[in-house]
Write a protein that binds this ligand. Structure first.
Ligand SMILES: *Cc1c(COP(=O)(O)O)cnc(C)c1O
Length: 496
């Protein structure tokens, strides 16, 4: 069955999956959504015997129906390989009555690797399928984590180049070390004398510069973005929820058809939306629990039906969830509005003009598959502490937000339904917050002392991503002024 994609704000025009991946965002500013969510017509018993890569193929082939089997398998096998430190790719660990789906075994030890390791391959395949001969040049402005995950994903992928701009004094020392040690002849990392907004604005300007695009085309290049709203990032995330359910059946924890509760630490709403797609494909997910930190705009939305971004922005120990506009939520809004582009456009206009919108009662009734919860900073630290004391298992701050919400929800719903928690980062990525939660005595140690200590205490090996920062040579030393960004791009691409 062919699945096409249309914009959440468009006029109903459709594009193929490969075209949607190439475009990223629709021309009208909307997000691409599948015209229908395909059914997963493979028995769970069969999925339970498959490898991660095989399950990923079953899921992605349903959504990316214009890719050939050979193309898609090549993308999957190039993505989920030895860059991951376990053959299982996304292993499940049980602790204190919940199942943790560990999505942090890739190159940058956080869940964005699950999508960013395959996106470059999907993009370059999409380009060739659509007779685009140019090399794809990814431009990214980063405040830290996404830049590194994108660099790791695109490094040495033939037909692609990636240029990442970061604010010189606006990322953590570890984040900076991760980026400037990036290998790959097609990678370029540039420090900007400016803040994140300057970098972001500079990148947007280059994307919209028609003269620059023409110059690049002449030299055989075209720009693209690795933005989190690309369906080439969203759909690969559906795979691990299908895999997790099948693995729990294989382990005898679930019988086929048993309900599974899924709790997701949420920021941009991509990860939890992928779980919702898995449910719509036929996976027996009982409820999707959206867990927020103190920036609880989504919790308020799920409890009141009003989305209101007009509030103080709080810096928390789970920074990847410090978000007031969850861009992927638009896909859910569109769906619960009955795929009504008009209605969605109206709500998104209210959001950009007034900073808030309220959905109708009818739309709200369609949210029954979801529940929202949130965790305070204190609770988040307490959960890390308590879980470690009780089981020896150490989780990161983002995962702890979900674990905290999970515990409260299950206490209120003592129905014995098994729970899967999306574990989105390795504790080694947020070592200081994690160790401080376990014991305040660690306060005086340096970052690397803390890492060694975490290894001892959690009885886990220090991930390669961390070892790399300790020892790898600095390969990127370019610094540019804000108005020198374009020159930096041209110099790297040797244009003119
Ligand atoms: C990006 C991120 C999240 C939030 O995921 P969304 O898909 O944006 O909701 C949660 N935890 C970590 C560690 C992340 O990097």
């Amino acid at each position: 069955m062919e699945i096409l994609y249309k914009s959440t704000r468009g006029n109903g025009e459709t594009v193929t999956a490969s075209q949607a991946i190439l475009k990223g965002l629709a021309d009208d500013g909307g997000l691409f959504v599948p015209t229908q969510v395909p059914a997963l017509d493979v028995p769970v018993e069969k999925l339970a015997e498959m490898s991660y890569q095989e399950v990923a193929y079953e899921v992605m082939s349903r959504f990316f129906s214009d890719f050939t089997e050979e193309e898609l398998k090549h993308c999957i096998n190039s993505a989920y390989d030895s860059k991951f430190d376990t053959k299982e790719i996304a292993p499940i660990r049980e602790a204190d009555g919940a199942f943790y789906l560990e999505l942090f075994h890739g190159a940058t030890i956080a869940f964005k690797d699950m999508a960013l390791s395959i996106l470059p391959h999907l993009m370059i395949t999409s380009a060739r399928k659509n007779q685009i001969k140019n090399d794809i040049v990814i431009l990214t402005a980063t405040s830290g984590d996404t830049g590194k995950a994108a660099l790791a994903g695109f490094a040495d992928v033939p037909g692609t180049k990636i240029i990442v701009f970061y604010p010189k004094d606006g990322v953590s020392p570890i984040q900076k070390a991760q980026m400037v040690t990036q290998r790959g002849t097609n990678t370029h990392v540039v420090a900007i004398n400016g803040n994140f907004d300057d970098a972001q604005t500079g990148v947007k300007k280059m994307f919209n510069d028609k003269a620059l695009a023409a110059e690049l085309a002449e030299a055989g290049y075209q720009f693209s973005s690795a933005n989190s709203i690309n369906i080439g990032r969203l759909i690969p995330q559906v795979a691990y929820y299908v895999y997790a359910y099948a693995q729990l059946v294989k382990k005898g924890e679930l019988n086929v058809g048993d309900p599974l509760r899924v709790v997701v630490p949420t920021g941009n709403f991509g990860n939890i939306l992928a779980a919702y797609y898995a449910k719509q494909m036929g996976v027996a997910i009982e409820k999707l629990i959206c867990a927020s930190n103190e920036n609880k705009v989504l919790f308020d939305f799920f409890t009141t039906g009003t989305y209101d971004r007009k509030r103080e922005f709080i810096l928390t120990t789970s920074p990847s969830m410090d978000i007031l506009i969850s861009s992927n939520l638009e896909r859910l809004i569109y769906q619960i509005a009955g795929s009504d582009e008009e209605k969605n456009r109206e709500l998104m206009r209210e959001l950009s003009e007034n900073g808030a919108y309220t959905i109708t009662d009818e739309m709200k009734a369609h949210l029954k598959d979801f529940a929202g919860g949130y965790a305070t900073e204190e609770q988040t630290a307490q959960t890390i502490h308590d879980l470690y004391e009780k089981t020896g298992y150490v989780i990161d701050t983002h995962t702890s937000v979900a674990a905290t919400v999970c515990k409260a929800y299950n206490a209120e719903h003592a129905d014995g339904i098994k729970t899967l928690i999306a574990s989105t980062a390795s504790p080694y990525k947020f070592t200081r917050s994690v160790m401080n939660a376990i014991d305040p005595k660690y306060d005086d140690m340096t970052d690397f002392e803390l890492i060694d200590e975490l290894s001892v205490l959690s009885k886990t090996k220090i991930p390669q991503a961390i070892e790399d920062i300790r020892s790898a040579p600095v390969l990127h030393k370019t610094v540019a002024e804000v108005d020198g960004m374009e020159a930096a791009v041209k110099a790297f691409l040797q244009v003119k």
